[in-house]
Ligand binder design. Structure first.
Ligand code: URA
Length: 237
């Protein structure tokens, strides 16, 4: 059972506010009866018409994409670059759950479930995101500690993070490491390392909550498994 205005908004017909207006104005019919009460509950068996047009409750779908570098994680790009939408089926109107930069690869979830997206991306819910990074220079212990405690960036201080599996390439003067954060601000991982003087040369998200890339190939997608969805929802409870 879902609220009528939400179902209309989720169908992509209009925003929730406008859906409410349309209901109050008597422009919405449920099973051929005009409904003007906000908050009326409907199921996927109900037939809903808005301004004479049939609206369906879209079946929810959840994809895990192994995003390659060189794709934007928006639905279209003003510069005509390739988007992650090119890599998943277009039968359902899905959207990325958060973003990965153009030059970042790895775990990206896509769904048509707006509520799920809000749950997963809300900073209040602390969903862990784990990244494998390649950095310029050799990351010193004190720098790693500063980052993990929470580091001051331009407009905010990051929450606690974890860094592990630090490995140096002393010949090329680069560092490989894994960092886990619970936020998802714009360019966050890059900014955290840059604040200690290390440029992120490569960035790959290897885990989102409980979801990992397992044996997937780059550019490949799969359905998120029901138990993974359950575990993700448990994480934010
Ligand atoms: N942090 C970044 O800097 N970029 C990403 O794509 C993800 C996290």
């Amino acid at each position: 059972m879902e609220r009528l205005q939400k179902v209309i908004a989720n169908s992509g017909y209009t925003s929730r506010r406008k859906a409410e207006d349309l209901i109050v104005q008597g422009k919405v019919k449920v099973n051929d009866k005009i409904v003007t009460e906000l908050g009326t509950k409907v199921t996927n068996k109900d037939i809903i018409h808005v301004e004479g047009k049939l609206i369906g409750i879209e079946e929810k779908v959840y994809y895990l994409l192994y995003k390659p570098e060189g794709y934007v994680s928006t639905t279209n790009d003003e510069f005509g670059r390739k988007t992650v939408m090119d890599l998943v089926p277009s039968t359902k109107r899905v959207y990325p759950v958060g973003r990965l930069d153009y030059d970042t690869s790895g775990v990206l979830l896509l769904t048509n479930d707006g509520e799920f997206t809000n749950l997963m991306t809300s900073p209040k819910n602390h969903v862990e995101k784990e990244y494998s990074v390649k950095l310029s220079g050799l990351l010193r212990k004190e720098e790693s500690t500063r980052i993990c405690r929470g580091i001051k960036l331009d407009t905010y201080t990051t929450k606690k993070a974890r860094i592990k599996d630090v490995a140096y390439n002393k010949k090329n003067l680069t560092t490989l490491a894994t960092i886990t954060i619970t936020e998802g601000k714009y360019h966050q991982v890059k900014k955290m390392f840059e604040a200690t003087g290390h440029k992120v040369l490569k960035l790959k998200r290897i885990r989102f909550g409980v979801v990992t890339l397992d044996n997937m190939r780059i550019g490949e997608y799969r359905l998120v498994k029901p138990y993974e969805l359950r575990q993700l929802r448990v994480l934010v409870k």
